[in-house]
Design a protein around this ligand. Structure first.
Ligand SMILES: Nc1ncnc2c1ncn2[C@@H]1O[C@H](COP(=O)(O)OP(=O)(O)OP(=O)(O)O)[C@@H](O)[C@H]1O
Length: 591
């Protein structure tokens, strides 16, 4: 039978994993010193025990006393070393987990937005939390222990062969048997772990989606369905974990039987040697302890493959993520742009999310600085996609986008984020105070600047009416603020950032009249000094826009102001009429 220990790719993974250990050289060396000390104590202790028993057999109690004292001293030393060892190991372990998580999290944040469309969030969470711990445990546990076991094997091996070659050979004979057992089960466990990781991803995904989307879950009345889906995946996970543990337990049980037989053979043959006088009882007793350590080390070395097979899958998943999965790294420009005017140009831009269905087709848009431009079109016509491309969340398949005549791809990431702000339909506010949410846009802003921005965004008075004013904590995702209030805070954020380009995605859900009024006033204030691009869902809000682009099925089918478009553009006229009819219908219902 051909035993293949590791594939070439596995060795590469292991080398890469070891780099994480070697960045903690001091702790690593300290761990070895502790272990070497423990090995030394493990070798001398049995001799003292043997000496004590030998003294009692010889009925010489006095001669036992020095050995009792040595046993005590070495016992205390062993405890101190064991304490130090657990401290060093746990610290090494947690540091490795931390480093892996740091590298994975950075890679997750660097992934292109396209990856988030395609990936399952649960998979990322499960790699971040589960796999990193698994790998760190394996590195500190399996790899370090295996090196230790080799050292122990050599030290104890020399001792047992010195005491009795025949007895030592009995112990050594078990090695190939246990090795074969663990090698066979190792492969099965690796395959089991691979399936387990996939179910683990589903588990994180199912639970995460339900918790994050709890409002939808409750309002759709699908709590029971979601609970059942969770139970199904949690149950499957439980069964798979048990199955993998069982495989490990089977291999352990088989090797325990072999070990047991070895111990009986050692005791029997050793006893015969003592009886026929070829072995001193002191060494016989010591040998039994050594043979335990010796076969223990042999066992660990035989399990080395099994233990590593268990984590190879996690290592693959971690490094694949750190390398950016199969996504190519985003090309990020290096050009700084300062003091921009805010002119935007789309030149013959085409785009598809999946390289199959065209979403934007040969779009050319020219937006002068300090203008107010609106983009209108039916649902799914590609309005938000235009914003996504302008924010460089996706790359156009064809054509180019320019800000102040500089290609978007050449602009430095920080400059792009500073100059372009977006106010989304449902702005994301973090679970920190309102002030801290605002400071995210400009950490150096003074209280006065914050208040001025909020006044311009027509949200200052509302914030002041809250019990903790600017220090009020926003609920998760801003739940204790209305949609209109969140949008006004997002406008204040954009003002604090002093962005020259503000993209505004009007909320589809009808805001109350007061919110609409204030948001319109806030946009008017923005437009004095910035280029404002609006996605308008209600045409009534963009009648005053300087230019309106009409989008249909990803194509620009009209350009002009409201008055020209209403007379010349069929699509715009149709959208407008549909809205007027809706308003009339609503008012009839009210009456
Ligand atoms: N992340 C995505 N992955 C794949 N397809 C997408 C993605 N986002 C949008 N699409 C598709 O692209 C098309 C344009 O979507 P987009 O969101 O730009 O339209 P929209 O005009 O803003 O619509 P709405 O007014 O409903 O917000 C739609 O057919 C949509 O299904």
């Amino acid at each position: 039978m051909k035993i293949k220990f590791f594939k070439q790719e596995d060795i590469k993974l292991l080398k890469r994993a070891l780099k994480y250990v070697f960045s903690y050289k001091t702790k690593f060396i300290l761990a070895f010193v502790c272990i070497l000390g423990s090995i030394g104590i493990g070798i001398v202790q049995p001799l003292f025990w043997g000496g004590i028993l030998d003294s009692f057999f010889k009925k010489s109690i006095d001669s036992a006393i020095p050995n009792i004292v040595y046993t005590l001293i070495f016992g205390i030393l062993a405890s101190i070393l064991s304490y130090l060892q657990s401290y060093v190991f746990s610290s090494l372990n947690q540091n490795i987990i931390f480093d892996l998580k740091r590298d994975m999290y950075k890679a997750i944040l660097d992934l292109p937005v396209k990856a988030y469309d395609e990936l399952n969030n649960g998979e990322l969470m499960s790699r971040l939390h589960g796999d990193s711990g698994e790998v760190a445990n394996a590195i500190t546990g399996t790899l370090i222990n295996s090196v230790v076991d080799v050292i122990r094997l050599i030290a104890v091996g020399i001792t047992v062969f010195t005491i009795s070659v025949k007895l030592a050979l009995i112990v050594v004979i078990t090695f190939p048997i246990t090795f074969l057992i663990f090698n066979k089960y190792g492969k099965k466990i690796r395959a089991g772990n691979k399936n387990l990781s996939q179910v683990n991803d589903k588990y994180y995904s199912e639970s995460g989606q339900t918790i994050w989307g709890i409002r939808e879950v409750k309002s759709l009345g699908i709590k029971k369905y979601k609970f059942e889906a969770f139970i199904k995946v949690a149950n499957k996970l439980k069964e798979m974990i048990v199955a993998v543990i069982l495989l490990g337990a089977k291999s352990q049980a088989l090797s325990d039987i072999v070990n047991h037989l070895t111990s009986i053979a050692v005791v029997f043959v050793g006893g015969v040697f003592v009886v026929n006088g070829s072995l001193n009882i002191k060494y016989f007793i010591a040998f039994n302890s050594y043979s335990g350590q010796f076969s223990g080390s042999l066992l660990s070395i035989s399990k080395f493959n099994l233990n590593l097979q268990q984590v190879m899958n996690s290592l693959e998943r971690i490094f694949f993520l750190i390398d950016g999965l199969s996504y190519s790294h985003e090309e990020i420009g290096e050009k700084s742009i300062h003091n921009i005017t805010g002119e935007i140009n789309f030149k013959n831009v085409s785009f598809s999310y999946d390289n199959q269905v065209s979403v934007l087709d040969d779009v050319t848009i020219n937006i002068p600085s300090k203008s107010r431009t609106a983009i209108v079109g039916s649902s799914g016509s590609g309005k938000t996609t235009i914003f996504n491309l302008l924010l460089r969340l996706y790359q156009p398949c064809n054509g180019n986008i320019f800000i102040d005549h500089t290609d978007l791809n050449e602009i430095k990431e920080e400059d792009l984020r500073r100059h372009v702000s977006v106010v989304r339909q449902e702005p994301v506010l973090f679970m920190i105070s309102i002030k801290e949410n605002l400071l995210l846009a400009n950490p150096d802003a003074t209280q006065q600047e914050i208040e001025n921005a909020c006044k311009k965004a027509y949200i200052h008075e509302y914030i002041e009416s809250m019990p903790n004013k600017y220090n009020s904590i926003v609920g998760e995702n801003g739940v204790n603020l209305s949609g209109g209030q969140k949008q006004r805070i997002a406008i204040a954020r954009a003002l604090l950032k002093k962005s020259k380009i503000i993209l505004f995605d009007e909320a589809t859900s009808s805001l109350d009249n007061e919110s609409q009024f204030y948001i319109k006033k806030a946009i008017d204030a923005l437009a004095e000094d910035c280029t404002v691009v609006l996605i308008a869902h209600r045409l009534s809000t963009i009648i005053e826009a300087d230019v309106i682009y009409v989008l249909e099925n990803g194509k620009i089918v009209g350009r002009g102001n409201h008055h020209s478009l209403i007379h010349t553009n069929k699509v715009y006229k149709h959208l407008y009429q549909a809205e007027v009819e809706l308003i009339n219908e609503n008012s009839r219902e009210v009456i």
